[in-house]
Design a binder for this molecule. Sequence first.
Ligand code: FES
Ligand code: CO
Length: 336
Amino acid sequence: MPLSPAAVQDDPARACTHPVLDAADLGTQAPVGVRLLEEDWVLWRDAAGQAWAAPDRCPHRGARLSLGRVGDGALACPYHGWRFGAGGACVLVPAVPGWVPPASHGLRAVPVLDACGLLWLRPDGRPAQPPAFAAEADLRLRKLNVGPYEVATSAPRIVENFLDMAHFSFVHAGWLGDEAHAAVQPHAVSVSAEAGLWAQGCQAWQPQSNRLSTEGSWVAYDYRVPAPFTAVLEKAPDAQAGYRESIALFIQPQGQEACRVWFRLAVPDFESGDAQLRAFQDTIFAQDAPVLLSQRPRRLPLTEAAPVQEVHCAADRSSAAYRRYLRALGWRWGVC
Ligand code: FES
Ligand code: CO
């Protein structure tokens, strides 16, 4: 059921910071339209290179601003050429050249955050929060974004799949698991509305845990969910080098059942080409995608109003904790 307009205004998803675009895909000549939480936004860069976002609708006659262009850091509407500067102020109405438009003629613009190679937007207009990804600051690790992958399901389903260790032996047999090692090892899971989820001491037998593996090995790692649609896998520190290889899952919830997904890799491999690293992740995600797309309902059955309920086992502690986390936040986006 679609959320009512009042519910959309109150939705805690609007108070979160979401990725919307690869930073390199927003230049200084053209705006870009993106979709977030079932709303259309236009992105552009001002003269200083700062990115801005505003609802993708001209306040004059409703034309789609992302069809316009950018010149001298101002966004120009495709219909009558009104120009909007940094912060969204209307700075020129070409049909009335001497007129100074009032504030009411401007856009409701919000600054866009540039972090982890992506542009991030917080829909409620309050200051955007950078993603909690500790490995980003570690210079011993190479950073690379993989994706985005378009996935026709809800964001919580994608987060749960990322946390789910019991699927490795089946969905990723021969890569991240095998049926002889299907038992999920004991691990500690803590969760709170403030700190999110932390699963510590996870272990998985992985035949091919990364592109350079030559034989199977036990891999020890932690999972964190610092925000509802961000999850981080952090491998145990390398005994000699001391670094922590890490992968973040960043999700753009375009709609209740439509997402774009990035993985940000922070890995010690500086030799492989980008294409090689991407090919490995593409293979893993191509294994996940058919199952993700098959899940019904697409939204997480979190409430008693869901059309069906799901049953659980002891290996589902992380996903059970994730569901408690979403409930504690009063989350409505992508759940039923
Ligand atoms: Fe945008 Fe008229 S509709 S300038
Ligand atoms: Co998977």
